[in-house]
Design a protein around this ligand. Structure first.
Ligand code: BG6
Length: 476
């Protein structure tokens, strides 16, 4: 017998800036990623107008992306064929407010999402909406300094209010900001921040994060005023940080590293900055500029549930020399864990880490959890007969789902599971198409070549069975 509720939300997740394309159609303004190329050149230092390094590149992967803007109907039909109960997607802020600071929305942008909602409704798929998934309008970054500027809070609230008014009758679960802690790791995409070498980087990032936190709380208030049944979630790029050894210094270092991610959720779930934040800010040279009433706002409007992404655990040492050997991860650097294998992109694979992470988050906050991203970015080969045998992905997902179910047995309440990039999309980190997460293959390469044709991978049929059995049948 499956332990999962019969209304468990199985599905997939995507983000506007990684799927839609049509980057300048129907009045859309520029997204932050619309100015980023693929590959090595994508790294932020190469693109930083503050440094006078604004460049032209030959190819921008987001401009066409996988063309979800025109193919959403057939894509959603494929999601329905897999049995999706939910689709997590984001609304493109610059499609609704092209520059961000307008007072009235772009009706053509809203009309597009009206049609997406209609299609989902037709197939009985519940929309889970991320309001800001790495998609602050570029104009706000360039002219206002992004989230460092308090005015961005007002612009975000104006945008969020439009969405709550228009879609509250169709959406129950909302997420204010995707991976709020990513602002510390990819500040341009996370917060529209363009930081100079001479700036106090921590001051800018934590101040911008404070503005996102205030915006999230105020959005919660507005959402509840409009419709008290709205459920508002925070979203954490999660993954427990393990100590590199049983040396007490390593244990303390891991605890501190974990606090770097949990600080934001401490605020969003408990309604206040945690006790350790004073010392942490002091050590980092950060003085938060708060307005009168900010603490009350945070306290009054905490989130209803905690959503998170999980790709990997991490490893931290108390010895700075050892930490110099850190390697890649989901924008997080981590030491290599000798007990774990890694993907071709160096992301370490740790299914048990998902159970650990779920238990840690629930122990800490006692609010329902929602896994809104998990998956394996890998290279897929199309056979001559058109089939795609992605056994490595099936193995990864199956092992993670098994641990997810263990965590539910441990007593963690879980709303649902939406696997990341359920159809192949442009990678946020590298801009590549080659790094594929999907159950559905999209014929497009790193240079924008390909027919955009969709094909079902082996994992498509596997996930169909998983959903159909409500997680009972994970075999591969
Ligand atoms: C998460 C983001 O950090 O990881 C997604 O919310 C992103 O937008 C995902 O795509 C996977 O990262 P990447 O770099 O492989 O696309």
């Amino acid at each position: 017998m499956t332990i999962l509720n019969k209304d468990f939300l199985w599905g997939g997740a995507i983000a506007a800036n990684q799927v839609e394309g049509a980057y300048n159609k129907d009045g859309k303004g520029l997204s932050l990623v619309d100015l980023l190329p693929a590959g090595e050149a994508r790294k932020e230092p190469l693109f930083n107008p503050v440094k006078g390094l604004k460049q032209d590149f030959d190819f921008y992967p987001s401009h066409e992306s996988i063309d979800f803007y025109h193919q959403y109907e057939s894509d959603i039909k494929l999601f329905a064929e897999m049995g999706f109960k939910a689709l997590r997607f984001s609304i493109s802020w610059p499609r609704i407010f092209p520059n961000g600071d307008e007072s009235l929305p772009n009706e053509a942008g809203l009309a597009f999402y009206d049609k997406v909602f209609d299609t989902l409704e037709h197939y009985g798929i519940e929309p889970i909406i991320t309001i800001n998934h790495f998609d602050t309008p570029y104009y706000l970054a360039e002219h206002y300094g992004g989230w460092y500027n308090r005015k961005t809070v007002d612009y975000f609230l104006n945008y969020a209010t439009v969405l709550f008014k228009r879609y509250s009758h169709r959406v129950k679960y909302w997420i204010t900001h995707n991976e709020i802690n990513m602002i510390l790791h990819i500040p341009y995409i996370g917060g529209g921040l363009m930081i100079k070498d001479t700036d106090n980087k921590n001051q800018i990032m934590y101040q911008a994060a404070h503005h996102q936190l205030i915006a999230s709380s105020l959005a919660t208030k507005i959402a509840k005023d409009i419709d008290p049944t709205n459920q508002i979630g925070c979203m954490l790029a999660a993954g427990e940080v393990y100590p590199n050894s049983n040396h007490p210094d390593d244990v303390m270092a891991a605890l501190s590293k974990n606090r770097e991610q949990y600080i934001f959720i401490d605020v969003q779930a408990r309604g206040e900055y945690p006790a350790y934040s004073d010392r942490m800010f002091n050590d980092l040279g950060v003085t938060l500029q708060k307005e009168i009433g900010d603490d009350e706002i945070l306290k009054q409007y905490p989130v209803d549930y905690i959503s998170f992404s999980y790709y990997s655990s991490r490893l931290e040492s108390g010895d700075p020399e050892i930490n110099k050997n850190k390697a890649a991860g989901n924008a997080f650097a981590s030491l290599k864990n000798p007990h774990l294998e890694a993907s071709n992109w160096g992301w370490q694979i740790d299914p048990v880490g998902l159970r650990v992470t779920m238990n840690q988050i629930y122990d800490r906050y006692q609010k329902p959890l929602f896994i809104v991203e998990n998956g394996l970015g890998e290279i897929d080969e199309v056979e001559t007969d058109g089939t795609i045998h992605d056994t490595y992905r099936i193995k990864y997902l199956s092992e993670h789902l098994a641990q997810m179910i263990e965590a539910v047995k441990d007593g963690v309440p879980l709303i649902g599971y939406t696997s990341w990039g359920c159809i192949d999309i442009v990678s946020a980190g590298s801009g590549e198409m080659k790094k594929r997460y999907g159950f559905i293959y999209v014929d497009r390469d790193n240079h924008g070549q390909g027919t955009l044709k969709r094909s079902r991978k082996d994992s498509f049929y596997w996930y169909q069975k998983v959903i159909q059995s409500n997680g009972e049948n994970l075999t591969y």
